[in-house]
Every structure is written in structure tokens, then in C-alpha cells.
Design a protein around this ligand. Structure first.
Ligand SMILES: Cc1cc2nc3c(=O)[nH]c(=O)nc-3n(C[C@H](O)[C@H](O)[C@H](O)COP(=O)(O)OP(=O)(O)OC[C@H]3O[C@@H](n4cnc5c(N)ncnc54)[C@H](O)[C@@H]3O)c2cc1C
Length: 333
């Protein structure tokens, strides 16, 4: 079966992998010059289904709990399994209790254990929550690794793809995110920045709870940290605003004052594609299957959603084969 996958965000790359693994002949078409510039590029890369359950529905936990294993198998060496640490300033202790009551898969940690887990946070927070089974990856490195894996599997990947590339395929998978034509989709703007400082070292993502702007830091290679992310109901991808910049920097500074001297490496905006219920959808219409609405859970949910899409396509193909066979038998009988 020849399949065209449109888009090299996390949805397109994972779908291409699931299809190629099942034996499909896969071509991927991306309209940009290369990987990057899309929502996936600006993600934090947290694989945090238990934390996300604080504001997300149960399917996010059910579908997301195997994500770290999937990424580990598809892109060996990309996943760090060190859990998530959630902290709050003493005046926001109520936020920690609220977060704990809305989630599972965590245990409470005190000042001493916080120091053991993250020595650079010693003396800064009295209480926290550790979600030990969560993981994270660097989205850019993981996507590059998945791209290389696909190329090695014989998947044909076209950047700067011409919109006319589309004929001669049995199926198309539309993974075009915010560019998809769908009235139900909305954009949720996420502003982020990347800081560099050799003066702070963290082993895992740290979420800093706050009644107005809960934010997180994800450690990356080369003493870099991704600080994210705003959640604004807008599909504007315009530059980061001063207000958001202040909130993001304020969170970093509250976590550790050494971030005040950090170098600002990058500021960027990604627009998350979301359906009204904030859950992803795999939908088939004719020979096209659409994967969209990954919202704030692209890296977490794309593996399970890509598997669903691949199964749908192969099941559909099988039932067509069966129908054709029955038809043939009926005619010859
Ligand atoms: C700041 C921020 C932080 C985030 N943090 C996390 C996190 O920690 N964990 C997590 O799991 N998720 C996170 N997310 C969410 C995640 O990034 C998104 O859910 C995910 O990127 C959506 O992926 P996608 O492939 O649907 O869309 P995109 O990544 O936007 O990809 C769509 C692609 O389709 C291409 N395209 C469009 N039209 C066409 C066409 N006609 N032909 C060919 N190609 C086309 C586009 O150029 C683009 O490359 C975060 C998002 C943001 C913005």
C-alpha cells in the first residue's frame, strides 16, 4: 500500500513510522524547508501523563502512559526517565495540595528529598511532589532521530514539497496541524524561551505552581533550559509579548536566582492545534485519514494516535480486500 503523509510535525513523523513498520510504502511531504518552525519544534518535550491529568481528561493518561517506551524504541537514547518534580513557593502551598488532589502517580517530597533530587534547589522549596514514572526528551533531537530512522527504513521524505505531490497514493494521512481545513480546530498559543546558564543544573523537568501562571523548566543539553509555556486562546504566531516574557523569566528567576544572569538563547511561539474537548482525533474520510488536535500533548499522545491511524488504515484495507474477494467469489460462483 502506498501512503502519503502530509506534515513533519510529531503527528506526521510518528504516523509515517507506524505505517512503515507495518509494511506500507510511505512518502512524507512537508511544505517547510526542513524540520522546525512548527508547533512540535517549540515543545517542551515532557512525557508527563500523570501531571497533565491535573487539567486533562482520562484518555490523556491512558494513551500517554506508554509514550516514553515508544520513543525509547523508535529513537533509542532520546528519552530521559527521571520523573517530574512539582514545587510551589511556600505562599502557594495550597496550589500543591490542589495539584496533588487532582492527580495520581506521585509522592510527596520534603525539603531534604528535594535537595537530594535537585541539589541546586536546596533550601528553596519546603514541599513538592515527585512523579517518578514520567520522562522527557528534547523534541528537536527526537524529531531529527525519527527523521533519520524513517530515511533508513526507506521512507521518502520531501521538504519544500509541492502541493501537487498527491497523486498515485492509495491513502493520504493529513497531519498538517493548524493548516488543516477544519472549522472545529482552534489555536492555543504557547510562548517559550530557551535560557543558557552553567550556574544551574537540573536532572528533570520542574513545574512551578502559581495561581496565575504555572510554568515549567525542562533541562536540555549544553546547560540550556526550555522555559514554557503560556496558554493563550489565539492562533497568532506573532513574537513573544513583553508580558509573557516577564512571566517566563519570573518563573525561572523564582526557581533559581542564577537564571537572572542566564543568556537568552531563543524566544519563540508555537500554536497548538486543539479541538473543543482538547482531545486528539483520528478521522477517516474516503481515502484520507486525518490526525489532529494534539493540543498540548503532541509528544505524549502522537505515538498512540499514530498507532490508531495505522490500524484504521490496515483494517480498512483488509475489509476492502475481503469485500473484493467476496465479490469475486460471488461473481465466479
Ligand atoms: C510551547 C509549547 C510547548 C509544548 N510542550 C509540550 C510538551 O512538553 N509535551 C507534549 O507532549 N506536547 C507539548 N506541546 C504540544 C505539541 O507541540 C503539539 O501537540 C504538537 O506539536 C502538534 O503536532 P502536529 O504534528 O499536529 O503539528 P505541527 O507540529 O504544527 O506540524 C504540522 C506540520 O504540517 C506542515 N504542513 C502544513 N500544511 C501542509 C501541507 N499542505 N503539506 C505539507 N505539510 C504541511 C507544517 O509545516 C508543519 O510542519 C507543546 C506545544 C507548544 C507550542
Amino acid at each position: 500500500m502506498r501512503v502519503l503523509v502530509k506534515g513533519t510535525g510529531v503527528a506526521g513523523l510518528t504516523a509515517a513510522f507506524e505505517l512503515a513498520t507495518r509494511g506500507a510504502t510511505v512518502t512524507v511531504a512537508e511544505m517547510r524547508h526542513g524540520l522546525g518552525g512548527n508547533a512540535s519544534w517549540f515543545a517542551g518535550g515532557m512525557l508527563a501523563p500523570w501531571c497533565e491529568r491535573e487539567s486533562a481528561e482520562q484518555p490523556v493518561l491512558d494513551l500517554g502512559r506508554s509514550a516514553a517506551d515508544w520513543w525509547d524504541a523508535a529513537t533509542p537514547g532520546q528519552v530521559t526517565r527521571a520523573g517530574t518534580l512539582v514545587v510551589a513557593a511556600p505562599r502557594d502551598a495550597g496550589e500543591l495540595d490542589r495539584f496533588a488532589s487532582r492527580t495520581s502517580g506521585h509522592r510527596r517530597v520534603d525539603e531534604d528529598e528535594i535537595e537530594l533530587l535537585e541539589p541546586d534547589l536546596a533550601g528553596r522549596f519546603r514541599r513538592g511532589l515527585l512523579f517518578p514514572d514520567e520522562a522527557h526528551l528534547d523534541p528537536r533531537q527526537a524529531m531529527a532521530a525519527l527523521h533519520d530512522r524513517l530515511a533508513a527504513m526507506g521512507v521518502d521524505i520531501h521538504f519544500d514539497a509541492d502541493a501537487r505531490l498527491g497523486s498515485g497514493f492509495d491513502r493520504q494521512i493529513d497531519c498538517t496541524g493548524m493548516a488543516a481545513v477544519d472549522d472545529r480546530l482552534r489555536g492555543v498559543r504557547g510562548e517559550m524561551l530557551i535560557l543558557r546558564t552553567p550556574d544551574v543544573s537540573l536532572s528533570r523537568p520542574v513545574r512551578l505552581l502559581h495561581p496565575r501562571f504555572p510554568l515549567y523548566l525542562v533541562p536540555r543539553a549544553d546547560t540550556q533550559f526550555m522555559i514554557g509555556a503560556t496558554m493563550i486562546e489565539s492562533q497568532s504566531a506573532g513574537p513573544v509579548t513583553a508580558r509573557s516574557m516577564m512571566e517566563l523569566l519570573g518563573a525561572a528567576y523564582a526557581l533559581h536566582p542564577a537564571f537572572g544572569e542566564a543568556e537568552i538563547v531563543e524566544t519563540a511561539v508555537g500554536v497548538r492545534p486543539a479541538f473543543p474537548d482538547n482531545l486528539p482525533r483520528v478521522e477517516a474520510r474516503g481515502t484520507t485519514v486525518t490526525i489532529n488536535g494534539l493540543y498540548r500533548h503532541g509528544f505524549l499522545l502522537a505515538p498512540a494516535i499514530a498507532r490508531q491511524a495505522a490500524e484504521l488504515i490496515f483494517r480498512h484495507d483488509k475489509s476492502l480486500e475481503l469485500a473484493n474477494e467476496t465479490d469475486r467469489q460471488r461473481r465466479s460462483g
